[in-house]
Design a protein around this ligand. Structure first.
Ligand code: ZN
Length: 409
């Protein structure tokens, strides 16, 4: 399914949004982020010959029945609402004289279907800094849509290179002070990540550097957030360079796994997320940013989060589960499973996961991957069937024996 948005920010105090839904589904469920659908959408109307009607099925969820063919509708969002996102998530659009945050605050985000692709275009910004497919920018999933948007305008640009890739670092206002530090750190991290994969993922890489929107509450960890898109990364950084390195490494790894090699089915998220975190840990350790003990500590933390999620998931109706629980199961469980595979390969007399990953990347460059591809490649690499916990994890039918791995590592 494809949802395409066209935005016109020149309409007075509101953004005029036109949406087209292409696909064969009979209905679309849309997520209401922070009461957005209820409070910020104005004048929701169908574009003839389309007919639409929304109904609320649950708190925070709207249902849009679809007829055959494409459904088109339009709505408007007050710009003050879009701007309010400046204090919320990510990122900025700097157009002619105005700054917009185009996150969840502007787009209707589809729920219950991981197959949705979004395309976004904004009037008057055909030369957006973001790479576009035709004139549209593509987001491969809801998270990219919620964090993403368009970035145009007056960033301070610094050129660099890392691992043989030309890097373009674009610093938002207020981040100039971190320019030197982040530029040299990024070069180093790209170089280390390229060493892991053996090849570069693209010919260029753009990194947008934003300031974290608020300081953490007492007791809360200062963590930034990031988003990987085609040939680029958004980073919202904190003052702590250790946390920044971690985040940059994770998002960089997604240039190889997630952008170049990408999901051919929703079920491979464990592999993309788990491997990105595994690469971040491996690179951080190689660079001396992470000790062996700290790595074990991180794995144990992932283990506890995974276990809480897994205990809720296994044996229960998946329809009742919160998205966050499934997310924890896949991302934290993914790190553990990669760690388990690394041990398994070594126990079978093979080199570790790193060599598997390199061979896998070379084979699947530019291609969509499935769990079948991953399992077959892992079995071929090991020269023997995989242990039963791999399938049990994928089918959500059994717990990973991670405690044993972490303790005996
Ligand atoms: Zn990730």
């Amino acid at each position: 399914m494809l949802i395409r948005y066209f935005l016109n920010p020149e309409a007075g105090d509101a953004l005029d949004v036109q949406a087209e839904v292409h696909g064969t589904a009979k209905e679309l469920r849309l997520m209401d982020v922070s009461g957005f659908l209820t409070h910020a959408i104005r004048n929701l109307t169908p574009i003839p010959p389309s007919e639409i009607g929304f109904d609320t099925v649950d708190t925070g969820v709207w249902r849009l029945p679809l007829k055959r063919g494409n459904t088109r509708f339009r709505y408007s969002v007050p710009t003050r609402f879009a701007k309010a996102w400046k204090h919320g998530i990510l990122p900025v659009v700097k157009g002619t004289g105005s700054t917009f945050f185009l996150g969840n605050g502007v787009f209707l985000r589809a729920l219950l279907s991981e197959e949705v692709r979004y395309e976004i275009r904004i009037a008057g910004h055909a030369s957006s800094s973001l790479p576009a497919t035709g004139h549209y920018w593509t987001a491969r999933n809801g998270r990219q849509l919620s964090l993403g948007g368009f970035v145009c305008g007056d960033f301070t640009e610094t050129g660099a290179s890392g691992g043989g890739i030309p890097l373009s670092l674009l610093f938002d206002r207020g981040m100039e002070g971190l320019r030197e530090e982040i530029t040299s750190l990024s070069s180093l991290l790209v170089q280390e990540m390229t060493r892991i994969f053996g090849e570069t993922p693209s010919e260029t890489l753009s990194m947008f550097i934003f300031k974290a929107p608020r300081s953490p509450a007492p007791g809360e960890k200062a963590i930034g957030s990031g988003l990987s898109f085609h040939r680029g990364i958004f980073l919202q950084l904190t003052a702590s360079s250790k946390a920044n390195a971690w985040l940059i490494l994770h998002e960089l790894a997604h240039q190889w796994l997630g952008q170049d090699i990408h999901a051919g089915e929703p079920g491979v998220k464990w592999f993309l997320e788990g491997t990105a975190s595994w690469c971040a840990m491996t690179a951080a350790q190689a660079l001396g940013f992470l000790t062996r003990d700290h790595r074990h500590e991180l794995l144990s933390q992932s283990g506890e989060t995974y276990l809480r999620a897994a205990e809720m998931i296994i044996g229960k109706n998946p329809a009742l589960l919160e998205a966050r629980t499934t997310h924890s199961y896949e991302t934290e469980g993914g790190i553990l499973l990669i760690h388990g595979l690394d041990r398994f390969f070594r126990n079978k007399g093979r080199t570790g996961f790193r060599d598997f990953l390199r061979a896998f990347y070379t084979t699947f460059r530019g291609a969509p991957i499935s769990n079948g591809d991953i399992l077959r490649a892992a079995e071929t690499f090991a020269g023997t069937p995989l242990p039963p916990y791999v399938r049990e994890f994928l089918e959500k039918k059994g717990l990973l024996p991670f405690r044993e791995w972490v303790e005996t590592d």
